[in-house]
Write a protein that binds this ligand. Sequence first.
Ligand code: CNA
Length: 278
Amino acid sequence: SIYSGKPQTLEGRDLTSLAKYIKSSDCGKVILMLGAGVSTSAGIPDFRSPETGLYSNLARLNLPHPEAVFEINFFRRNPVPFYTLAHELYPGRFRPTITHSFIRLLAEKELLHTCFTQNIDTLERRAGVPEDKIIEAHGSFATQRCIECNASYDDEKMKDHIFRKQIAKCNKCGGYVKPDIVFFGEDLPLNFKLAVPHLRTADLLIVMGTSLTVHPFASLAQMVDKTCPRVLINLDHVGDFGARTDDVILLGKCDDVVRMLCKELGWEEELLALWNET
Ligand code: CNA
């Protein structure tokens, strides 16, 4: 090891060593952390990529600052930017990516323990990843409620409002209705909190397509054991990857890296077959 004295799980910090480890009996519990970068190839822009990211395209929405679109106090004054964004991101219009099919493949190989995602596009489910493996840490468009009295609101009516970019109002108190997407400062869902302790006993952590800037989500990468290999698959180097003995950094597009990894694992045909199904 280049860090003498520290435990080492992988033979090297490369794709081949990673594939060998995944196929070994030591690797039974794989945990994933996902961000918007796994869905950009589906046509959904991420937040922070320069030029193409949503934040650089929000100017037309007249926001004081880009993050305001996910701030509850701003939403209360002006829900239009959020509804505009929701209209663009609304699930149903996009096809899951090869990377999403890779996640399903990990589940079929009985390696996937938990897929923590920050994404609200539900492409993990659409790719056929079992629902009980997915933690939508920042919520989803599946349910919605009034921001004033918390009364829930009808699914079909909500869909219709977002489709027509009309602001939905509570039937009871007239307050604005918001999908159960976690805004800045809001609590993360209970199933997120319950799943966090599993990180301590993971055999492999794979982080894909995230800038690791939103907390507490980003801090999950710190919670695996020192002997648990951590893999970063991203366009750019983020977080503290490289600081640990068994960190593997694979820079590139998720779909390309995942394909190379599957080739190395002998899973490429299965991967493409799953993807062609979706
Ligand atoms: P982000 O901050 O925009 O970061 C995205 C990261 O992915 C960046 O580091 C990019 O370099 C990288 N990236 C972009 N495309 C690729 C690619 N093809 N292959 C590999 N890496 C790529 O997004 P985060 O997810 O880190 O930020 C957290 C926010 C974004 C969450 O709260 C989400 O709800 C929110 N978001 C979600 C979606 C979605 O559901 N698809 C879209 C946009 C934003």
